[in-house]
Design a protein around this ligand. Sequence first.
Ligand SMILES: *Cc1c(COP(=O)(O)O)cnc(C)c1O
Length: 228
Amino acid sequence: MIAENINTINSKIRACEKKCNKIIGSTKLVAVSKRKNANLILEAHNCGQVFFGENYLQEAIKKVSELPSSIKWHFIGNLQSNKVKKAVASFDVIETVDKLRLAQAIDKQVCSLNKNVSFLIQVNIGDEIQKSGIAPEKAEGLLKEIIETTSLKASGIMVIPPYSPQPEASRPFFIRAKKLTDELAKKELFFNNESVELSMGMSSDYIQAIEEGATIVRVGTAIFGKRD
Ligand SMILES: *Cc1c(COP(=O)(O)O)cnc(C)c1O
């Protein structure tokens, strides 16, 4: 079941890349495995899935310790500064940096643990009060402060558009995120401004996301089924 789902999603992604004249294989599929047990993750990994996304640190740390080191882990949940040490130790990418304090804490741990981690800035692209992420108009200031006060640079942007059962409802937010990312890259505020990561799109709207410029899609339900 999981193997079949992953194959279907990969075929759809490859077809979309082809249609949009992107390099085939350039979109990274992150399998979101929150609240799914280690056996299911291993099953997915055994059919070639490399990147996994987790939201809850305690849950994730246990899985990371049980599973092969060939898995690359993306942290996609809310991160508190006092948990950054654990996050840096276990994860390869932290997608949810939205405060200077977090970037500074990551910088400190990267130095003291001597472990590499890349990170994305989470932008609240729908200006939703209840959602984390920095306001779009404040992203530039945050990226500049990170460059000025740490030894790190963000690799890109991550967004979660307002929830809608209609995939097309996400498209304007994806377009807005891509435009913002391009503007910030032009100002050379990222680690690699020729190749900036843009993480957007989930089970229902990852095709729309890739069409609008996603380089990373985060897909849970469509791979592992519904979560309880
Ligand atoms: C849970 C989650 C996903 C995956 O959502 P699905 O609809 O199950 O694909 C993606 N991104 C974030 C930030 C999530 O929390």
